[in-house]
Design a protein around this ligand. Structure first.
Ligand code: GLU
Length: 388
C-alpha cells in the first residue's frame, strides 16, 4: 500500500451520482477492518494510512457530519504482543489477544485524533448489547451522548468476553447494528475491493461492479458466492448481511475500496463503489418498527390538545396526558389513545409507569419536585412515536 502525502488528485474518470449519499449524510458509521488497518506481516498498525482516514474524518466533521468508527484490529495486534504464532487461536488466546490488542488499538486512534484536537471514546459491545432491549437503550443513549460531546466513538466487539456461541465474529454486522441503533443515514464498509461484483473479479474477467442495490434479493445474495475468504477478513457474505440490516433500518450503505490513502475523500469524490439504497429514511424505518414489532406494555389517554400536537409532528408531553394504564419500564412501547378510546399512536416511553403516573397532567418545571430528579421533558419523544 502506498501512502502519498500529496492532496487527493481529482480523477476526471470518476462519475459521481447526482447526489452522493456519503457527503449528504448527517450521521455516518465507518467500518475499518483488520485487513486494512493491520500490516499482516508485522501485525502492526498502518499508522500513516490511519492518519489519512482520520484526516478524511476531520473533513467530514467540517462538513457538519457526525462520525462513528467501528474498528477491528484488537486480536491481530494482541497476538503479536503475546507472541502467538499465525493460525487459528484457541478461545482463551483470542480473548487474551483482544484484551492486549484493544489497548493499543485505542491508543493509535487517540494519537491520530489528538493531532486534530479531537477526543476519541472507546465503546466495546457484544451481541447482547444490541439485542437486549434495556442494554440497547443504554448503548444508544451513550453513543448519542458521545456525539453530543463532539468526540468520535471508536467501537469494537468486546472479544475479551464473547464466546463462539455468542459473538458477531465480524465487524461488518456489528457496524450495521450500530448504524441502525444510532439511526445513521450512511454506513461505509471500507474493503479491499471496489464493491460488489456480479462474480469474483479475480477469477471471472466478465465480472462487473454493481453500482446500486435496492433490495437484498436472492440474486444479489448469490453474488457473494464463495468469496467469503477471498476479499477480506469478513468477506462479501457478511457485508451483504450488513447491507440487509442497514436497508431495513433505512440506512444507505457503501462497500468501497479502503486500501488506498484518503479512502473517504475518494468516496466523497464519487469513486466507484456499490451503494445499497433503502426505500425509507432511518426515522421512518424506526417508526415502522415501533408501530409493528413491539408489544405495547401499557397505554396513555391524551386530551384533544395533545392529539392536535401529535398531528402537528410534536412530541407527547405529560401535560396533555389524562391517565396512564399498565406497568411498564422506561423504553417500553405503549399505546396512545384519545379520550374516546381510539388508538392513534404507539411510542417508546421515556419514563417507567410509576414516574409517568406522577407527572401526567403536569408541566416540566414541576417534574423535579415530583420525581426527585430532572428527567426528559417529553413522555414520548417525536422520534420515538409512530402515528397510526
Ligand atoms: N473484533 C475483532 C478484532 O478487533 C475482529 C472482527 C473482524 O475482523 O471483523 O480483532
Amino acid at each position: 500500500m502506498s501512502h502519498p502525502s500529496s492532496p487527493l488528485p481529482h480523477d476526471s474518470a470518476m462519475a459521481p451520482r447526482p447526489v452522493n449519499p456519503f457527503t449528504t449524510a448527517k450521521r455516518v458509521v465507518i467500518k475499518i477492518g483488520s485487513a486494512l488497518l493491520i500490516d499482516g506481516e508485522r501485525n502492526e498498525i498502518r499508522q500513516t494510512w490511519l492518519r489519512t482516514v482520520l484526516e478524511d474524518v476531520v473533513a467530514c466533521r467540517a462538513n457538519g457530519q457526525q462520525i462513528l468508527i467501528v474498528s477491528s484490529g484488537a486480536i491481530a495486534l494482541g497476538r503479536r504482543v503475546l507472541g502467538l504464532p499465525q493460525g487459528p487461536l484457541r478461545l482463551e488466546e483470542r480473548q487474551a489477544s483482544a484484551a492486549c490488542g484493544q489497548v493499543r488499538l485505542a491508543h493509535a486512534y487517540q494519537e491520530e485524533l489528538a493531532r486534530h484536537s479531537l477526543g476519541g471514546a472507546q465503546v466495546l459491545l457484544t451481541p447482547f448489547d444490541t439485542e437486549e432491549w434495556k442494554s440497547y437503550l443504554n448503548v444508544r443513549a451513550t453513543l448519542r451522548n458521545l456525539l453530543g460531546f463532539n468526540v468520535i466513538p471508536v467501537i469494537n466487539e468486546n472479544d475479551t468476553v464473547t464466546t463462539p456461541m455468542r459473538r458477531f465474529g465480524d465487524n461488518d454486522r456489528l457496524a450495521a447494528r450500530v448504524a441502525a441503533m444510532v439511526e445513521a443515514d450512511c454506513l461505509v464498509l471500507l474493503s479491499d475491493i471496489d464493491g460488489l461484483f456480479t462474480a469474483n473479479p479475480r477469477i471471472d474477467p466478465k465480472a462487473t461492479l454493481v453500482p446500486e442495490v435496492f433490495a437484498m434479493t436472492p440474486e444479489i445474495m448469490a453474488m457473494a458466492g464463495e468469496s467469503a475468504s477471498v476479499f477480506s477478513s469478513g468477506g462479501m457474505v457478511t457485508k451483504l448481511e450488513a447491507a440487509r440490516i442497514a436497508l431495513k433500518a433505512g440506512c444507505t450503505m457503501a462497500i468501497t475500496r479502503g486500501d488506498i490513502p484518503h479512502p473517504l475523500a475518494h468516496l466523497a469524490q464519487g469513486k466507484p463503489c456499490t451503494w445499497f439504497l433503502p426505500s425509507v429514511s432511518p426515522v421512518a424505518a424506526r417508526k415502522i418498527w415501533i408501530a409493528g414489532s413491539l408489544n405495547p406494555r401499557g397505554s396513555l389517554r391524551i386530551d384533544a390538545g395533545a392529539v392536535q400536537a401529535l398531528d402537528n409532528g410534536k412530541s407527547l408531553l405529560p401535560v396533555g396526558v389524562t391517565s396512564v394504564v399498565g406497568e411498564f419500564s422506561r423504553g417500553d412501547a405503549v399505546r396512545v389513545v384519545t379520550a374516546q378510546g381510539n388508538e392513534i399512536a404507539r411510542g417508546l416511553i421515556a419514563y417507567g409507569s410509576d414516574d409517568a403516573k406522577r407527572i401526567v397532567g403536569r408541566r416540566s418545571d414541576e417534574f423535579e419536585s415530583l420525581l426527585g430528579y430532572t428527567g426528559a421533558e417529553e413522555l414520548i419523544h417525536r422520534d420515538d412515536l409512530a402515528l397510526l
